[in-house]
Design a protein around this ligand. Structure first.
Ligand code: SF4
Length: 495
């Protein structure tokens, strides 16, 4: 009997998920473009283009390969499936287990049957076994277990290179002169142009060129470009924020991994094959492998393990409205923030350090509502799947879970951004100053943040040093006055 095989927009791969059990002769492949998904948020234009065009390309490739495919536009995903079910009332609806709580619930209520989701290397059950045996959810412990379980970069029972982690080698600031190369750019085709013409008028951001590929072929080209031109220097500079390159030596593969155009297994295999050629330092290879088999799997595992209500956490009671600068870089004179938000406006992407130490650090020390910040991150990043953003924002970025995921908040003054980036020299603020009109807002607000939460952090041994620094601060009263001015200025878009 014919079955309906539903393919979600983040499972676009013939070699994984429900496509693995599909039968070309009998089954009906269905993709649904949900109008609600398109219009209920102020999405970045490039995020919509990427997701919709990738799905339309995938549907076309399947059709060209002889599959029986229906691509529907409906009010909601479930409305689309209802419509197809009316046509084939006796057909069972199958799909790979969805990647979000919301879609999983609506498909469960609809009566869909789930097959294994192998877009990740670690099933939710396997992760749960690991997590339930831990006192603290330290990613490094999970990562080491992954290395052993998957036998990746292992020399028997020992890690290749003699260490599990080469982070100490991977913290170089941007050099004064360096060839960062160029990321790949792609050409819009007819499908892309059609999607662009249909984008909702309220969408945010710009489309000035095609940064993100929208087909498997383009995703593979992006991967090839990384391994050929950037892999070698990825590690040492992975945390640096050079002024003259928005991508540094990052792979730019997360969007494709997150919508299924690339599989984690093939990216890992390609990295190990390239490493075997002998000219890639272990620090680059290990750092990259950790992102894929460590961080990515850990965050996805924690998303399911911590449950649906985890996103509502607000343990620091942060209730400030989203700062205007997050949607309009002209609303700030902080050079780092203006530059990073402009990058996001241009491409929907910036690497993990600007995300954590510029954007999230600002949301944290200003006390922006974690839920408002989460919504913004989901809307503007090209790779912002729900499972990525919920643990990253609630746990890591805003410390809103009270330390479940990370034992201490990622709050920092201007010194870190000054060391790892090239923004401060041309900024009107001074990263070393915490008071005065030219004090760096991060530096002022860092101390103000520690003081506001002094009671909470007093019992956190990992905050011992920072709290000692606060106690020794000679001019806290003055800092608090400046902090109030800075917060007011940020709220009104004038700092
Ligand atoms: Fe950012 Fe402060 Fe440096 Fe200005 S001085 S670029 S606000 S860190």
């Amino acid at each position: 009997m014919q079955r309906i095989i539903y393919i979600a927009f983040d499972q676009l791969n013939v070699a994984a998920g429900a496509m693995l059990i599909a039968d070309k002769a009998n089954d009906h492949i269905v993709l649904v473009e949900s109008q609600r998904m398109l219009t209920t948020r102020r999405w970045h234009k490039q995020r919509l283009l990427f997701l919709l065009s990738s799905a339309r390309h995938f549907a076309k490739e399947l059709t060209d390969a002889g599959w029986n495919v229906t691509y529907l536009k409906s009010a909601t995903t479930i409305d689309g499936l209802r419509e197809i079910k009316q046509k084939y009332p006796d057909s069972e609806v199958l799909c790979a287990t969805p990647n979000s709580f919301e879609l999983k619930k609506s498909l469960t209520d609809f009566g869909a049957t789930f097959v294994a989701n192998d877009f990740f290397l670690t099933s939710a059950d396997l992760f749960s076994i690991w997590a339930s045996g831990q006192k603290t959810f330290t990613m490094e412990n999970f990562y080491r277990a992954q290395r052993k379980r998957l036998a990746i970069l292992m020399d028997g029972t020992e890690p290749v290179g003699g260490a599990w982690n080469f982070d100490a080698d991977n913290r170089l600031p941007p050099p004064k002169v360096h060839d960062w190369g160029k990321p790949s750019y792609f050409k819009f085709d007819e499908i892309d142009d059609q999607v662009i013409s249909e984008l909702p008028s309220g969408a945010w951001g710009k489309i000035d060129g095609k940064t993100w590929g929208t087909s498997r072929t383009e995703a593979l080209a992006q991967m090839a470009n990384f391994f050929k031109n950037h892999f070698k220097e990825f590690g040492p500079y992975e945390d640096s924020m050079p002024g003259e390159s928005w991508s540094a030596h990052h792979s730019l593969l997360s969007p494709y991994l997150n919508n299924g155009l690339l599989l984690a297994s093939e990216v890992v295999e390609a990295a190990l094959t390239r490493f075997a050629q002998g000219d890639i330092p272990i620090s680059s290879c290990e750092g990259f492998i950790r992102q894929i088999i460590g961080w990515r799997e850990y965050i996805n595992g924690m998303y399911w393990y911590l449950g649906e209500d985890y996103r509502e956490n607000n343990q620091l009671k942060a209730d400030r409205k989203l700062l205007p600068l997050f949607h309009d870089p002209a609303k700030t004179e902080m050079n780092c923030v203006r530059s990073v938000v402009s990058d996001i406006e241009d491409r929907g992407w910036t690497h993990h350090i600007p995300r954590l130490m510029v954007l999230s650090n600002l949301a944290l020390v200003t006390g922006v509502s974690p839920q408002e910040y989460l919504d913004w991150m989901r809307e503007v990043f090209i790779d912002a799947a729900d499972w990525v953003m919920v643990p990253n924002v609630i746990g890591m970025a805003t410390h809103a879970d009270g330390g479940v995921l990370m034992t201490k908040p990622y709050a920092a003054g201007g010194a870190y951004i000054s060391k790892m980036g090239q923004f401060c020299k041309s900024c009107k603020y001074d990263p070393k100053k915490r008071t005065g009109d030219d004090a760096c807002p991060y530096t002022t607000l860092y101390w103000d943040f520690l003081d506001r939460h002094a009671e909470t952090f007093a019992t956190n041994h990992r905050m011992f040093q920072q709290m000692g620094g606060l106690r020794r601060l000679s001019n806290l009263a003055e800092v608090k006055v400046r902090a109030a001015q800075v917060l007011h200025g940020l709220d009104s878009g004038q700092i």
